[in-house]
Design a binder for this molecule. Sequence first.
Ligand code: 6PG
Length: 471
Amino acid sequence: NGADIGVYGLGTMGAALALNFAESGFSVAVCNREADWVAPFIESAGPLADRLTGAETLEAFVDAITRPRNILFMIPSGAPIDAMIDAITPLLDDGDTLIDGGNADFNDTRRRSAAMEGTGIHFVGMGVSGGAEGARHGPSMMVGGSDHSWQHLRPMVEAIAARFEGDPCVAHLGPDGAGHFVKTVHNGIEYADMQLIAEVYGYQRDVLGLPAPQIGAQFAQWQDGPLASYLVEVTAAVLAKTDAATGLPTVEVIFDQAGQKGTGRWTVIEALKLGQSASAIEAAVGARGWSSEKDTRVMAEPLLPSGRQDAAVVSAEDLEMALLAGRIIAHAQGFRLLWAASAEFGWALDMARICEIWRAGCIIRSALLGDFVAAFRAELPADHLILAPSLRGRLDEAIPALRRVLGAGVAQGAPMPALSASLAWYDTMRTARGTANLIQAQRDFFGAHGFRRTDKAGNFHGDWDRDDTPA
Ligand code: 6PG
């Protein structure tokens, strides 16, 4: 009797998923590039070892799995996936499915799916969120691929998924790259949310002069309100921690340079390619980039005038509401991008279902997602999250607070790129008459690009008198 599923790659995520499958009652074949990881992994699995079959070669691995095979790769994205596909496909049979569970670029997933088309082998791009803990005890999973693959995979992924009030946080979202695209946007929203939180932390640290534990206590308190979320919970826990070596708050001894592996950047790139701008996400990606210029910032601090001015101190409630506004807007931008991609690639993404499978297991799980589910299930004007009546109600209170916080932050010189980008986008979207008339006039003036008129149909040029141009 063969294994129900094969897991290739026994790094943190692969190992955790293999154990999760085993614990859910499935038999799992495991394999790893460094074959000597396999036996120690099985030995460390305790009673679950009975459900694990170790394989030291690709042939033995494939042979150990029941047909039609489900084979999950948990290896670095990019070239390693292509190499594995090339190595394993000659060993497979019609109807087998290869699953890439890494953070892959959805363009690669589309390319790989297309290359596999007609070979009888199916390719699934599956976004997995929740970190190592989630992978072990319940991740949120975003699946792209064929109905055939989903039919075989479904019972297994539903069994290992996180559950929100009993509903497994996994869904088949569409063909080819749909799952990886949704995961990428999930990560983009994750970047934005983390940046928004960091800006509110920065205001409290640098303008209000509060110590980390006190800021942490504030975040902990917000967990009881509309901001309740995994990332706020993590923030509170992190800020409460003391570094054993120095006795300082741990955050104080952490170098202020953020890493990034690419998913946030991909979100922004894809947004721009689709004619969108997920500006809050973009601000978050940019802020991580600027953070890496540590030496320049150290040099610049005494050189550049701050122009700082007095400002009214904002209340904790204002900070809470500003963060809520930013979070709603970052999600609205992310969903707008999903909407654009869905139209472009013909995916028919179910936005409400995406919100549902993000309610547990993933990094951006939050109370707000429940509101979004309801908003998407109801009649949503222009398919735009910020226009949902329930969210407009929240924004009624949150937008004035966002203005007060930004007013104070801007006056005091506290950088708030994601909060500012959120408000700028919001103000743009709620303004019926924008300023692009001037952009069009400029374009026509120097490039004769033409413009539409407000009073009649057609394409027009201005009667620009270039001789009148001031020198
Ligand atoms: C998740 C996370 C996970 C990982 C990201 C972080 O959903 O579980 O998003 O995928 O934490 O890779 O990305 P950066 O390393 O770019 O911050």
